[in-house]
Ligand binder design. Structure first.
Ligand code: ATP
Ligand code: LTN
Length: 332
C-alpha cells in the first residue's frame, strides 16, 4: 500500500522556534513521518511578506533546518526542503492567485490582523496573497494531511475551496487536503499574555518560550509566567488562562494527563507548579538545543540535506505543474 502524503511548512522568521510551533505543529510532523510520505518545507518565500534582512534570512533558514532535525525530523523518513529551491511553488502560486476572489482573500483573518497591526503603507501585497502561495505549497504535493496549529485552519479551508474550484472547472487535478489539527497543543498562549497566541512576530518576548534560548533564560521566564487569581492548579480556560496554558504545556511534554497533573498539584501553590513546569520544559529542550547548535557547526552538511530534499520535492511538484498546465489549456 502506498503511504498517505503529508505536507507542512514553517517560516524562517525568527532565530528560534517557540513552544507553540513545536506543540502545535512540529511534534505532529515528527510523529507523522513514521507512517506517511512526509514533505516538510521551510517557507522562505512566505517570510518575505514582512521586512527581512538578507543576513538574518539566511541564518534563520539554516537555524530552522537545524531545529527541525534536532526535534526529530529525519531526512531518511521525510523530505525536508526549502521552498525557494523548488520554483514550482511560485508557478502554482500564481495560478492560485488567479483562481481566488478579491473578497475571498480579503476575508482571511490572519491578513486582517497582521495588516491592521502594521498599517496599509507598510503592508505588502505579498501578505495579501500569502494564503494562495500556501495553497500552492500544499496542492503541489497532492497532500492528504496538513499538520498545523489552529491559527491555520482558515487557510486550509481556502486551499480546499481552491482545489475543488479548479477540479470542477478544469478537470480532476488536485487532491482535496485535510487539516491535521490536534485538540491539545493546537493553540499555545503567550505566558505573559495568556489570552494571545504565542507568536514569533508579535507578543511580549518574555512570554515566548524559545527552543534556542538558554535553559536558564527559559526557566526564569516560566517562573515569572503570569498566573491567575485563586490558588488552585486547575484547567479552566476562561477563568484561569495562565494556569491552563502551563498545564497544557506540562502535559504535552511530560506525557501526563491534565487531570493527573491537577491531582499531583492539589493543595500546592502556583509557585511549586511553575517550578515543575520549568523543570519539564528545560529538561525537554536542553538536548534539542544542544543538537541544533551542533548541527549548525557544519553548514555544508545541513545545506546538502536541504538540496537532497529539494531534488525529491521537485520531481513530485513537476508532475502536478504539468497536469495543471495541461488542464488549463497551456501549450506544452
Ligand atoms: P507568526 O506569529 O510570525 O505568524 P508563527 O509563530 O505563527 O509566526 P509560523 O511559521 O507561522 O509561526 O507557524 C508554524 C506552525 O506553528 C504553524 O503550523 C502554526 O499553526 C503553528 N503555531 C504557531 N503559533 C502557534 C501557537 N501559539 N500554538 C500552536 N501552534 C502554533
Ligand atoms: N502559513 C503557515 C506556514 C505555511 C504552511 C504552508 C503550513 C506556509 N505554507 C503549507 C502548512 C502547509 C503558518 O504557519 N503561518
Amino acid at each position: 500500500m502506498t503511504r498517505k502524503r503529508v505536507l507542512s511548512g514553517i517560516q524562517p522568521t525568527s532565530d528560534s522556534f517557540h513552544l507553540g510551533n513545536y506543540l502545535g505543529a512540529v511534534k505532529q510532523w515528527v510523529e507523522l513521518q513514521e507512517e506517511h510520505d512526509a514533505f516538510y518545507c521551510i517557507v522562505d518565500l512566505h517570510a518575505l511578506t514582512v521586512e527581512t534582512d538578507p543576513t538574518l534570512l539566511r541564518k534563520r533558514t539554516l537555524v530552522s533546518a537545524a531545529q527541525l532535525l534536532a526535534l526529530g525530523i529525519s531526512p531518511e523518513k521525510s523530505t525536508l526542503f526549502v521552498q525557494s529551491h523548488v520554483p514550482a511553488h511560485n508557478q502554482l502560486g500564481w495560478i492560485m492567485e488567479c483562481l481566488t476572489g478579491f473578497g475571498e482573500a480579503s476575508r482571511m483573518t490572519q491578513f486582517k490582523d497582521k495588516s491592521q497591526k502594521s498599517g496599509t503603507d507598510t503592508t505588502r501585497v505579498g501578505l495579501f496573497t500569502y494564503p494562495m502561495l500556501m495553497s500552492a505549497d500544499i496542492l503541489l504535493y497532492q497532500a492528504h494531511y496538513v499538520p498545523v496549529g489552529e491559527d491555520q485552519r482558515q487557510h486550509i479551508e481556502l486551499t480546499r475551496d481552491l482545489a475543488e474550484r479548479f477540479n470542477t472547472k478544469y478537470g480532476q487535478t488536485f487532491r482535496i487536503p485535510e487539516g491535521y489539527i490536534l485538540k491539545e497543543g493546537a493553540k499555545i498562549y503567550d505566558i505573559q499574555e495568556p489570552t494571545s497566541k504565542m507568536s514569533k512576530s508579535s507578543g511580549s518576548g518574555s512570554g515566548l518560550i524559545e527552543i534556542m534560548d538558554t535553559p536558564e533564560a527559559n526557566a526564569k521566564k516560566i517562573k515569572s509566567a503570569v498566573t491567575d487569581t485563586g490558588r488552585e492548579v486547575k484547567f479552566d480556560l476562561a477563568q484561569k488562562p495562565g494556569i491552563s496554558n502551563l498545564l497544557t504545556i506540562h502535559s504535552a511534554l511530560s506525557g501526563k494527563s491534565v487531570s493527573e497533573l491537577e491531582a499531583e498539584f492539589e493543595g500546592k501553590g502556583y509557585g511549586d507548579f511553575k517550578s515543575a513546569v520549568a523543570e519539564v520544559v528545560v529538561e525537554y529542550l536542553r538536548p534539542i538545543r544542544a543538537r541544533a547548535l551542533e548541527l549548525l557547526e557544519d553548514e555544508k552538511h545541513l545545506i546538502d540535506i536541504l538540496h537532497d530534499g529539494a531534488q525529491k520535492a521537485k520531481e513530485v511538484a513537476a508532475l502536478t505543474i504539468s497536469d495543471t498546465y495541461k488542464n488549463l489549456g497551456m501549450v506544452l
